[in-house]
Every structure is written in structure tokens, then in C-alpha cells.
Design a protein around this ligand. Structure first.
Ligand SMILES: Cc1cc2nc3c(=O)[nH]c(=O)nc-3n(C[C@H](O)[C@H](O)[C@H](O)COP(=O)(O)OP(=O)(O)OC[C@H]3O[C@@H](n4cnc5c(N)ncnc54)[C@H](O)[C@@H]3O)c2cc1C
Length: 543
């Protein structure tokens, strides 16, 4: 339910593909359904690995209106690996501080990234249509292809591949592929075609999402109010986006009349109550949402793989939807590449499902808890909520019980079967299954970053390996592993103490990272043949 007053979105023309005139059904290694935030990121990830995927998009525009705005640090790191991180940071609004108000008093504020030594900020606010614009530019620069106004209308799966039927302005045609990735959003037709249950919870509340253009003098922070005077009995959220656009989310309650609430004159009245009569603003976008949390039980069904909102959906409190979708891509891309290259078994893709369903369940838990706190469903839970808010005003311990949305953080895949269990003791939060923590490096005398050294391939990082002459690369059953050493007098040196501290490094310590920058294994001394065993395990060849 949306009203566009000043929609900003690029549109694209339909171009007839030579595949439509082929005598036989043409086949591609990978087809992606959906050129949204997740489908575009997926295509870039595969293109950067040399896999050309065809993106089929039913519309002729990028995301319309106002949806995702908060792009989290891990997402920015993944986009940085894909060559599109810098522009997101440059064009977006960086923030790391959140403030929570009860009525009109500040309850507390929080800092999402109090420490230094990270290339990417805690968050960047950038509207989804801008994000998709930069993703599309990157994909096209890599030689990728999006077929606009190509709607997948049926899916036919067999043992070695999939055939899809596509509707276009010129009529229907068919296309084959080895693997079909369904990134076709929350209302996924692929999910429906395969008859998959997508169960979860609807939250009985309505939220008015409005984007306004104004020159505001609020700082670059997330501001959340419980029961502010300007919006009695409900919650409100304010975020700054790029281009002087501001996002205002107002809780309305389940009984609100959606059509009345969306009328621009009624929205303006509510915004004026919030901003005051003196502030000049123009409304860019109005929409009204009822939120849901749900996930598929499995993301891999034969040769059809689900990612993004097609696989899981959460309420936006915590900004976990799009961010989780980008992490799906991060997890899937390298596994699919190894399977396509024939150096890993197909069963490696099952671990995509296991790891990302685990992450989705974690996201849903956080999102559900936040939504329950924000919209208490019974008198008792409202009393409990209000008591928590009163306590938090007086006692700092109660602040941790206030939940205005726990913001997106990457999943730690500690239980993954791809991890090698520690034989040695390490005293740090990073462990097998964790996403790599960035750290400042000195690369040939210049400022550098650990994550920039972990580039889309298995990488072993050995710290001060004491006179050992390690090869720059080793081959493990067709999988190339980069070996890098960090230490005094070498090309890669520590930039400050962050690397040693975040990985509890002592001379000889070695970490093995997967191509998606998650820790696969670690040892106190150079592991020798154990490294190869761990690479095989992380590539799904369990030994
Ligand atoms: C109000 C709101 C605020 C949000 N805020 C945030 C936030 O701050 N941070 C965050 O991370 N997330 C946020 N989200 C969630 C985020 O918008 C979604 O998670 C994200 O859009 C998912 O991307 P996707 O590519 O999976 O799906 P979509 O963006 O929905 O893209 C799916 C694409 O598939 C295409 N398609 C569908 N069917 C077919 C077909 N049969 N053939 C061809 N193409 C097809 C569609 O046209 C569309 O382009 C928010 C969502 C809402 C509603």
C-alpha cells in the first residue's frame, strides 16, 4: 500500500535477447529471478568469480519508493569485496549512534562502533533505489546482464537442470540453466510454483512510512521514541538518508483506517506535529505496512536455490531484511562457484541452507522480540513494557531490556559442519564460524585493511611465522588457497594493535578464512598438512 508523490527511480527498456530467436532452448550456467537488491548483488558476486548469470526482472525499474535504508557494516564489507562498497559509503549518511526517548525525555543513547580499526562504518543510510542503482552500474561494468520485463511464469525442474518459461512484451520463451536462484522477493512466484510453505507470524499493527525532503538540523543518528507527545500512545522513528531525505516511521495501531491515514493531508498533519510548524518539508513517499516474520525451512530445493526475501522475511526493526539477503549471497556465491567448477560436491550447497536458515532464525528472533516490545499485544505485556521504560530512565541496567530494534549484525556460524574445531586455545570473540573482524594493516607502507586481503578465495593468514618460508599459494584438490604472512619487515604489517587483539595472535598463529571471510580454522603454529584437511572440510569434503 503506497503513494508516490515524488518517486525517484530509473527505468529501463525491454531489449529482445538472441535467446528468444534460438532454434533450441538456450542454456546458461545460472539464472537469477529478480533484479532487486539481492538478485543484483548475487549477479555481481558470480560475475566477479567469472560466472555469468542472466538476471530476469519482470519490471522495468529499480526498487520503487522507500524501503531499505539502513545498510549495515557487514553488508558494506561484502559490497566492498565486490567493488561497490566505497560508493555506498560516499553517497550514504554514516551513523553509529542511536538515541531512545520515552515521551520527550532521552532514556539513553548507544554507540554501535565505539572502537577504531575498521574500514567500514557501523551503518550507512542510503535509500534502496540508490543502492540498486550503484549495484546495477557495477554489474554492467563487470559485463553482467539484466533482462528487463522478463517475467518467469513457470519453472520445470529435472535432474541436471531447470527450464524456465519467461513472459516478455514479445510473448513467451524458454531458457535453461544448471542452477536457478530465486531472488524474487517476499511474494516469490518460485516459492509458490514449488509449493513451499512460508509460515511465520503477522504482527497486528500498522506502520506509516513516510519519506520527507527537508533541511533538518538533527544529527546523523537513529532516534526512536516510545509514546512521544507528538504521536500519543505510539512509537516513532527518525532516520536521515542521502539527498536531504528523512525517513519517519509512525506506529498507528491495528485499528487504523489505512486509506484515511495515507491521505497526504493527514500525513502532513502528523509530520507537522512531530517537526513543528516552522519546518518546511515536502513529502516524497507514503506507504503503510503490516509486518511479518517468516522463513522457508530449506533454501535449496533440487536445483532451485532461494535467497533474500524469497527465502525469509523480517519486520524492519533492526534493519535485518536486505542486510540478511546480502549475507545469503556472500555465503552462496563461493559455494556455487566451487560446485560449478567440479571441485566441491553438490552437498556443499546444503550447508548454504543450514547456515543461512540458522541466520534467518536468529534474525527472526531479534525482530520478533523487538516488534513484541514495540507493539505489546496484551495489557500485561504493555504494563511490563512501560515499567521497563520507567526503570531504564533511572537505572542503566534496565536500558539493555529496552528493545527498539537490535540492529543487524552478522551471524556467527559456530555450529557449522564446515568449521575445524579448535585444537588450541584462543582468547577472543572471533572463532571458527565467525565473520572476520576487520583490522588496520600497513601494506607496503600504506594504510590497508585485513578484509581487503581476504578476497574471494580461501586465504591462510600466518602471523610472524618465525623464519618459515611459506609458499604464496597452495593447491588443495583443485582449490587454490592464498597464503599471506603478516609481520615485521614483510609486505603486510600490523597497522595498530587491533589485529593482534581481535585474533589473539602470537608468533606462528595462523587463521584460515573461507572466501566469504568467515573463519574456517585456526592454529597456534603453522598447521602444515592440517591446513589442507581444513580446506577440504570447508569445501564440503568432510574428512
Ligand atoms: C518499509 C521497509 C523498510 C525496510 N528497511 C530496511 C532496512 O533499513 N535495511 C534492510 O536491510 N532491509 C530493510 N527492508 C527490507 C528490504 O527492503 C528487503 O529485505 C529487500 O528489498 C529484499 O531484497 P530482494 O532482492 O530479496 O527482494 P525485492 O527487493 O523485493 O526484489 C525482488 C525482485 O524480483 C522481481 N520479481 C518478482 N517476481 C518475478 C518474476 N516472476 N520474474 C522476474 N522478476 C520477478 C521483482 O520485480 C523485484 O525487482 C525494509 C523493508 C520495508 C518494506
Amino acid at each position: 500500500m503506497a503513494t508516490s508523490l515524488n518517486t525517484v527511480s530509473r527505468s529501463y527498456g525491454y531489449v529482445r535477447s538472441p535467446d528468444q530467436d534460438a532454434a533450441h532452448v538456450e542454456a546458461h550456467p545460472v539464472i537469477i529471478i529478480g533484479g532487486g537488491l539481492v538478485g543484483l548483488t548475487m549477479a555481481i558476486d558470480l560475475a566477479s568469480k567469472g560466472v555469468k548469470a542472466v538476471v530476469l526482472e519482470k519490471s522495468n525499474t529499480l526498487s520503487e519508493g522507500s524501503r531499505s535504508i539502513c545498510q549495515a557494516k557487514r553488508t558494506l564489507e561484502i559490497w566492498d569485496r565486490l567493488g561497490v562498497g566505497d560508493i555506498m559509503v560516499e553517497r550514504g549518511v554514516e551513523w553509529r549512534t542511536g538515541k531512545v526517548f520515552n515521551q520527550d525525555s532521552l532514556l539513553y543513547s548507544f554507540d554501535l562502533l565505539p572502537e577504531g580499526g575498521h574500514k567500514m562504518p557501523a551503518f550507512v543510510n542510503l535509500q534502496q533505489y540508490r543502492v540498486e542503482e550503484y549495484l546495477l552500474d557495477r554489474l554492467l561494468a563487470l559485463g553482467g546482464e539484466v533482462r528487463w520485463r522478463n517475467e518467469v511464469v513457470s519453472i520445470d525442474q529435472y535432474k541436471e537442470g531447470v527450464t524456465v518459461k519467461i513472459d516478455t512484451p514479445d510473448g513467451c520463451y524458454q531458457l535453461g540453466c544448471e542452477w536457478l536462484i530465486a531472488c524474487d522477493g517476499a511474494r516469490s512466484g518460485a516459492r509458490r510454483q514449488l509449493g513451499l510453505a512460508f509460515d511465520g507470524r503477522i504482527f497486528q499493527d500498522k506502520f506509516l512510512i513516510t519519506d520527507v525532503k527537508m533541511k533538518g538540523d538533527f544529527p546523523n543518528e537513529r532516534w526512536f521514541w516510545f509514546e512521544p507527545k507528538f504521536h500519543s500512545g505510539q512509537t516513532a522513528l527518525l532516520h536521515r538518508q542521502a539527498d536531504d531525505i528523512w525517513r519517519i516511521d509512525l506506529q498507528l495501531g491495528w485499528e487504523a483506517d489505512s486509506e484515511e491515514e495515507k491521505k497526504p493531508e493527514n500525513v502532513k498533519r502528523r509530520i507537522r506535529a512531530m517537526l513543528g510548524d516552522d519546518v518546511q518539508f515536502d513529502i516524497e513517499w507514503i506507504s503503510l505496512y503490516v509486518f511479518q516474520c517468516r522463513t522457508l525451512k530449506d533454501y535449496v530445493h533440487g536445483r532451485v536455490i532461494f535467497a533474500g526475501d524469497a527465502a525469509h522475511q523480517v519486520s524492519p526493526f533492526g534493519a535485518r531484511g536486505g542486510n540478511a539477503g546480502v549475507q545469503d549471497v556472500d555465503n552462496l556465491g563461493w559455494k556455487l562457484k566451487l560446485v560449478l567448477d567440479g571441485v566441491a560436491p553438490k552437498s556443499l550447497l546444503d550447508t548454504y541452507s543450514q547456515e543461512r536458515v540458522f541466520a534467518a532464525e536468529e534474525n527472526i528472533l531479534h525482530s520478533t522480540r523487538a516488534t513484541d516490545f514495540i507493539t505489546p499485544k496484551s495489557k500485561t505485556s504493555r504494563v511490563l513494557r512501560d515499567q521497563t521504560l520507567s526503570l531504564a530512565a533511572k537505572y542503566p541496567f534496565a536500558q539493555s531490556l529496552v528493545n527498539s530494534g537490535r540492529l543487524s549484525a552478522p551471524a556467527h556460524l559456530a555450529g557449522s559442519e564446515l568449521n575445524t574445531h579448535d585444537e588450541d586455545f584462543f582468547d577472543c570473540a572471533t572463532q571458527p564460524g565467525s565473520p572476520a573482524q576487520d583490522a588496520l594493516l600497513n601494506v607496503n607502507g600504506q594504510e590497508g585493511w585485513l578484509l581487503n586481503e581476504l578476497r574471494d578465495e580461501f586465504t591462510a593468514i600466518a602471523y610472524e611465522p618465525n623464519g618459515l618460508n611459506l609458499p604464496p599459494r597452495i593447491d588443495v584438490n583443485g582449490i587454490s588457497v592464498a597464503v599471506k604472512t603478516i609481520g615485521r619487515g614483510r609486505t603486510l604489517c600490523e597497522g595498530d594493535g587491533s589485529l593482534r587483539e581481535r585474533y589473539d595472535l602470537t608468533p606462528g598463529a595462523t587463521y584460515l578464512f573461507r572466501p566469504d571471510q568467515h573463519v574456517a580454522a585456526r592454529w597456534r603454529v603453522w598447521p602444515g598438512a592440517r591446513l589442507e584437511r581444513s580446506v577440504r572440510r570447508a569445501a564440503g569434503r568432510l574428512s
